[in-house]
Ligand binder design. Sequence first.
Ligand SMILES: C[S@@+](CC[C@H](N)C(=O)[O-])C[C@H]1O[C@@H](n2cnc3c(N)ncnc32)[C@H](O)[C@@H]1O
Length: 337
Amino acid sequence: MRYIGSKKLLLGDIERVIDENIKSAGSFCDIFSGTVCVGSYFKNKYKIITNDLMYFSYCIQKAVIENNSCPKFVKLGFNPIEYFNGLTPVKLNDLPEEQRFCVNNFSPVGGRMYLSEKNALKTDYIRNTVENWKSECLINNSEYYYLIAVLIEAIPFVSNISGTYGAYNKFWDKRSLKDLTLKEPEISDNGKENKAFNLDGNELIKQINGDILYIDPPYNKRQYSSNYHLLETVAKYDFPTLKGVTGLRSNDAKSDYCKKNSVLNSFEDLIKNAKFKHIIMSYSTEGLMGVNDIEKVMCKYGTGYKLYEIDYRRFKSRESKIDSNLKELIFYVRKEV
Ligand SMILES: C[S@@+](CC[C@H](N)C(=O)[O-])C[C@H]1O[C@@H](n2cnc3c(N)ncnc32)[C@H](O)[C@@H]1O
């Protein structure tokens, strides 16, 4: 999934920092896990803990981190992904009007153009069916999160947006006219009891401990809750009252890491309370916290501070017109715990 601040292209660099500084470790915590690409990448090496404030991220975490194989859907008795992909327009139209939240809010029927009416209806059909299966005990908890995650991963491929859900395009993009299609995700088996959370990282940090803590907080004022609200609504399917032209959710938690006046205190609190032997953080030179501020906090609570600079143009090779002074940073520090 395209995601602001995704570290998909930085995985090799994070791995190099680990190899260079950490001899042995059993556990890895990805506390701001977003798309979960970092936690997934290291799952073959460590027991994984993941967390994010966004519920849609939590659903992905439950699917690909907590599970060590694809659920079997024994009670359901058939493959739900094949079933959903095979739904005909006639079958989709059986869905009662009042159960069509996405149609009525995210498609032209509701005056917005995030999804074509056809794909919004399919999303509603899938979401209602998954809720029904859950309440009829035809699927268990892990099957439930797995199906929501599969749907969440499929939606961006047919969304009429340029990047985020901060706005929809005024004309239909070619991709948004394709059919919403679900795909089985890759789930690796590390034979360990991995754990997913949906908490404020500053709260979770007081409850956990381990070897490697990977921190990838937002670095600017763009709140993820505003930029990915549609995925959050599909994941929660809580029929919220939406605000304004873009259809924002009203009461979602805002991150202190996106606020100039609270970010440094939150960051210090996180590092202070971390009971992890190694801390690695990614950040950007254009972030709300300055490099010196970060260094001060890391050196106050840890030792062996190191800073790695990665050329942003390489990291974001697909983006043109990037300021050559921009760097992606990786910080490392050891902590006595
Ligand atoms: C830079 S993104 C992480 C990207 C992720 N590493 C990836 O590759 O997809 C930052 C993430 O932090 C989450 N976030 C922001 N504030 C948070 C908080 N206080 N606690 C937990 N997660 C938070 C956001 O929802 C977002 O998913």
